[in-house]
Design a protein around this ligand. Structure first.
Ligand code: FUB
Length: 653
């Protein structure tokens, strides 16, 4: 048999983590068939794309299939393209008709069923099979479609006794038994009996508590759009008893719906699609999930589509609160960008009913030293309050939003959107719900994210350390920042710096080796020396000041460290970078000045050739900064540019 092997691209990307609908947020996904394999959920959707030139612009256009998988229904891995319309022998190349697929597992083999337009046909569909040892492929594709089947939307049910049945859409919903090889009909096919009148397609069959369920998209009203409906039977091929709706017509006007139903970790889920990312053209759809419940008598409770979807959102991942689980009646939401709709939505809050709730946020990864950031905008100065659970819940944080008018330029603002941060008043425990309200006239919110403060430093252990493998010196004595109230960095000319770096701010500044905890009086300031080891190659001075609750802007930092060498190391250069200007002294002699308003770049400036003497060498630095972040990195380099690492670093003789 002539078969083709299609190699799946392994794990193309990990999707963003927020738990919300739609679930895939970087491409269109329709007709989502979910299956549970090996404890994970695998998703086999169709892949809608905007029609290229030469193709019908007003119709479905699908060239390939991706496979996705998830363990928590929140993070979805894209395993890449498993097959395109140009890869299968019997499929007409460039036919763009890779409609709703399915995949099942039997005896350790995975069978991927898909409709496509056969060669030689302009329209019409056959149903093909690909076989693999893994749910994400690669699949080997049969060179012929399944004989006797013309139609779309295949679905396969494997019964408890090992017999398999295939269902598909085409002049009603049809079904037939499959041969054990899973690629041929075992006998005749039949139209499924007992289903209501009206257009039907997209069958999805499953068995629960000995009852067969046949679920399907159904147009119940003349001129209407598709609902999801179901029927039951005691026989896999019917006749069926119609039971009712699973989901009403799409509120966003999407003409089609198409679904699958799985039980995963004790909960039933409905996968379906709407046209969230393409509100004006419903042939570009997006897969969604909501919980599904059965009544005691086996009937299915109607599922209301939600923005929130399912899954737990880690508090330290972005939380798109505009995909809320509940909201006050005046809350509205809108796309951030009507061209690139994958940028998502924002929610407008304000007034008495300006509240929303986002459920199931897990705080287990949030540490006590944490804060909140949020993307917001406001028409006038206002405050948003994040509480736990409801309007009376404990306040977690307050977001003060300053009204910024369009055109006002700040680095973190696009138009009037801004990122604001807030300290936390309270940290919830475990999984809980968030309640966001706006206590002003009105404001919009896109997302929030809780952040653990990073560690930038730790206390040194042991008397000595070494430079890191790249030669950067991380152990330092740093003095609390000296007040130098510069409002801008443009003043950092050589003459200004020479004067201000040469100035004696405290006694013994250029001669004494301070001790950790030692105090210095600088005018009215009482400053302390801190001994630390930087977690990074660059020493984050802004963070150092912030952690010690000292001023972060308009400051001068002083640092001292000791370089202990077993022998002279000649012909080395001190290479430093700093934000902003800095001055460097080795053994009392100034060896480098980095002037001007600069960012920290490694090896930004280099000294002349130096000798690191046998024994202790004292390295001092001063870094001056107006507004903004401040840091430095420093190392010694050999003549050939490689780092010098054969010495010890310490902070006490
Ligand atoms: O995705 C193309 C077709 O639209 C599917 O095969 C149908 O079920 C409908 O969703």
């Amino acid at each position: 048999m002539n078969r083709k092997t299609i190699t799946a691209i392994l794990l193309v990307s990990a999707m963003t983590a927020s738990a919300q609908n739609p679930i895939i947020r970087d491409q269109f996904t329709a007709d989502p068939t979910a299956r549970v394999f090996n404890g994970k959920v695998y998703l086999y959707p169709s892949h809608d794309i905007p029609a290229p030139e030469g193709q019908r612009q007003d119709w479905f256009c699908m060239a390939d299939y991706h496979v996705f998988s998830s363990e928590n229904l929140t993070e979805w891995d894209d395993h890449g393209v498993i097959v395109t319309h140009n890869d299968v022998d019997w499929v007409r190349p460039e036919s763009y008709g890779m409609w709703a697929p399915d995949c099942v597992c039997k005896d350790g083999k995975y069978y991927f069923y898909f409709p496509a337009t056969p060669k030689g046909e302009r329209r019409g569909f056959g149903i093909g099979v690909g076989i693999s040892d893994s749910p994400s492929g690669p699949f080997r594709f049969e060179s012929e479609p399944i004989k006797g089947v013309m139609g779309i939307d295949p679905c396969v049910l494997i019964d408890d006794d090992g017999e398999s049945y295939i269902y598909w859409g085409g002049m009603g919903i049809r079904g037939a038994k499959l041969n054990p090889n899973m690629k041929e009909l075992a006998g005749g096919q039949q139209v499924m009996e007992g289903l209501p009148d009206g257009f039907k397609e997209g069958p999805y069959a499953f068995k629960r508590n000995g009852v067969y369920y046949l679920t399907f998209p159904w147009v119940r009203k003349e001129g209407g759009t598709e609902t999801l409906a179901y029927a039951t039977s005691s026989n896999p091929l019917g006749p069926w008893t119609f039971k009712g709706l699973i989901m009403e017509e799409s509120p966003t006007g999407c003409w089609t719906n198409h679904h699958s139903i799985i039980e995963y970790k004790g909960q039933w889920y409905l996968f379906y699609h709407h046209n969230d990312y393409s509100p004006k053209f419903d042939k570009l759809r997006a897969a969604r999930i909501d919980r599904l419940y059965f009544n005691k008598d086996g009937s299915i409770q109607e599922v209301k589509p939600t923005l929130r979807g399912v899954g737990i959102n880690d508090a330290i991942s972005r939380i798109d609160v505009d995909r809320y689980s509940e909201a006050g009646k005046d809350v509205t939401y809108a796309l951030l960008d009507t061209i690139n709709t994958f940028r998502g939505w924002y929610a407008n809050l304000g007034g008495k009913n300006g509240w929303l709730k986002y459920n199931d946020v897990d705080f287990k990864n949030l540490k006590s030293d944490s804060y909140l950031i949020a993307s917001v905008k406001a028409e006038e100065n206002t405050e948003m309050v994040i509480r736990e659970k409801n309007a009376k819940g404990k306040v977690i944080a307050r977001l003060k939003i300053v009204c910024l008018t369009e055109g006002q330029f700040r680095r973190d603002i696009r138009g009037r959107w801004q990122t604001v941060t807030s300290a936390l008043e309270y940290i919830p425990q475990g999984v809980t719900d968030l309640y966001v309200s706006c206590e002003g006239k009105g404001a919009a919110i896109d997302w929030i994210e809780f952040k653990n403060r990073e560690n930038y430093f730790h206390s040194p252990s042991g008397q000595v350390s070494s430079p890191d493998e790249d030669g950067f010196i991380r152990r330092w004595l740093l003095l609390d920042p000296i007040d130098k109230p510069n409002r801008s960095n443009t003043v950092f000319t050589d003459s200004y710096l020479n004067e201000n770096f040469a100035k004696e701010y405290f006694k013994g500044q250029s001669t004494v080796i301070p001790k950790a905890g030692q105090e210095e009086k600088v005018e009215k300031q009482s400053l302390v020396w801190h001994e630390l080891e930087s977690d990074r190659y660059n020493v984050k001075l802004f963070r150092f000041a912030d952690i010690n609750k000292k001023q972060t802007y308009g400051v001068l930092f002083c640092g001292v460290t000791l370089i202990e060498c077993d022998e002279d190391i000649p012909n080395v250069r001190l290479a430093a970078g700093s934000n902003s200007a800095s001055s460097w002294w080795l053994n009392g002699e100034r060896v480098l000045l980095l002037s001007g308003d600069r960012r920290m770049v490694e090896d930004d400036g280099m000294s002349n050739r130096l000798t690191l003497r046998k024994g202790i060498n004292v390295l001092r630095c001063s870094v001056i900064n107006g507004p903004g972040m401040s840091d430095f990195c420093v190392r010694f380099l050999k003549e050939d540019g490689s780092p010098v690492t054969n010495y010890k670093v310490k902070t006490a003789e």
